[in-house]
Design a protein around this ligand. Structure first.
Ligand SMILES: O=C(CO)[C@H](O)[C@H](O)COP(=O)(O)O
Ligand SMILES: [Fe+2]
Length: 232
């Protein structure tokens, strides 16, 4: 018996990387109040990527201030497994790790699930998307990087769109995220390619009206999903 079809929806996850980190909780709350579906929290270890941000102690402080928020942890750390238990204990909901940062993808996913979180897998721009084929059934989401991980505010790499197209063509129900340089100028490309989980940092943080920007990002993705479903 085939499993029931999951219906895709467009979701917006603001990245708080380029926000005022001295006011992290209020910046997160501002994004939630503006209609964010989840928060994309970028964790960098200064080793897997050439930058440092924050770790699980900060997540632990944020959690009681926003008990119902969905925290997706973008773990730019190596080894990828290192912070699974701590992040789960601190209140993270989803642990998105990098394919390039582990020797054992299935083992990493198993540990994430055992810790009670959802699992996401991400690839850097230089990694071929086909390497993910054996693992798609194990994970909840795939996150395609459209910048070299490490910094917010970089230029969107349009040449990553074929990776998203490949995934959408082969895995029609998969939650596919896109991260890096996503803005009102680049969302149409992401939506056309088939992304439905939209991470956006600077474009939201710099906006005077993040609610309107989120709504436009979401509508663009929803329109594209509807169109592709009609074409099926
Ligand atoms: O993972 C990241 C960088 O490594 C960030 O999530 C990403 O850069 C989002 O910020 P912006 O939209 O400004 O590019
Ligand atoms: Fe990120």
């Amino acid at each position: 018996m085939s499993s029931p079809r999951k219906s895709l929806s467009g979701k917006i996850g603001p990245s708080i990387l380029n926000s005022d980190l001295s006011n992290l909780a209020s910046e997160c709350q501002r994004m939630l109040d503006s209609g964010a579906d989840y928060l994309h929290l970028d964790v960098m270890d200064g080793h897997f990527v050439p930058n440092l941000t924050f770790g699980h102690p900060i997540v632990k402080c944020l959690r009681p201030k926003m008990p119902n928020a969905m925290f997706e942890m973008h773990m730019m750390v190596e080894p990828a497994e290192r912070w699974i238990e701590d992040m789960a204990a601190s209140g993270a909901n989803m642990y998105t790790f990098h394919y390039e940062a582990t020797q054992d993808v299935p083992g990493c996913v198993r540990k994430i699930k055992e810790a009670g979180m959802k699992a996401g897998i991400s690839i850097k721009p230089g990694t071929k998307v086909e390497v993910l084929d054996p693992f798609i059934d194990l994970v909840d989401t795939v996150l395609i990087m459209t910048v070299e991980p490490g910094f917010g505010g970089q230029k969107f790499m349009a040449d990553m769109m074929p990776k998203i197209e490949y995934l959408r063509e082969h895995f029609s129900d998969l939650d596919i995220g896109v991260d890096g340089g996503v803005s009102l100028d680049t969302i149409q490309m992401c939506a056309n390619a088939g992304a439905n989980m939209i991470v956006s940092g600077s474009a939201l943080m710099k906006s005077d009206n993040p609610r309107e920007v989120m709504q436009t990002l979401r509508n663009t993705v929803e329109d594209s999903i509807q169109k592709s479903q009609l074409e099926r």
